[in-house]
Design a protein. Structure first.
Length: 196
């Protein structure tokens, strides 16, 4: 079976996906290894639209099965922010630290009302244009300050429900068992292992 093209340039996501797929016995290749200049604008209004845009573009560009994800953090106190704008919450070129700082600033008066969830949408597009989409969620709350050195994005300020640890305090192999992306990948597992 040919490796699945991962339509992402995010090093954190690539590390997670490579580990998850390897555990399923499926090979992967980052699209930048095949097409170093590849990029696509995420112009969708939802996570579903953005995942499809990226996967479809990668499948067309490579002629191979391609998988893309879009994920977001939804904070209830903020009416669902940052949501689909999670990656650029503090600006188009914002760093993870800047996004986290803005979110914590907006929650300064939230008290205990810090519940949130991550949603991940995975879309696998085959060379013939057919596609499959799955979703996964992870519930928890936003901490008062960053904790932990693992992970990326909002991981240092997201404490998993039922645990006192943030995602950034969990080693990658442990995070990959419970994360929103892991849930979405598990839902797609049987389909992925039958990609020709």
């Amino acid at each position: 079976m040919e490796p699945i093209v991962l339509a992402s340039g995010n090093k954190g996501k690539l590390a997670e996906f490579s580990a998850m797929f390897a555990a399923c016995g499926v090979g992967t290749v980052p699209i930048k290894e095949l097409l170093p200049a590849w990029q696509v604008e995420e112009i969708g209004g939802t996570l579903y639209e953005n995942a499809l845009i990226k996967a479809r573009a990668a499948a067309r560009a490579t002629g191979k099965a391609a998988l893309a994800d879009d994920s977001g953090l939804f904070v209830y106190y903020l009416g669902g922010e940052p949501g689909v704008f999670s990656q650029c919450y503090a600006g188009a070129s914002a760093t993870d630290e800047e996004n986290n700082a803005l979110l914590l600033h907006k929650l300064a008066r939230a008290g205990h009302r810090r519940q949130a969830h991550f949603t991940a949408v995975l879309t696998l597009v085959y060379p013939n244009g057919a596609c499959v989409t799955t979703t996964g969620k992870l519930f928890g709350h936003i901490t008062a300050a960053p904790r932990g050195t693992y992970g990326f994005g909002y991981d240092p300020i997201f404490a998993v429900r039922g645990r006192q640890l943030t995602l950034a305090e969990l080693p990658l192999d442990e995070k990959n068992k419970i994360s929103h992306r892991a849930v979405a990948l598990q839902a797609m597992h049987d389909l992925i292992t039958h990609v020709k």
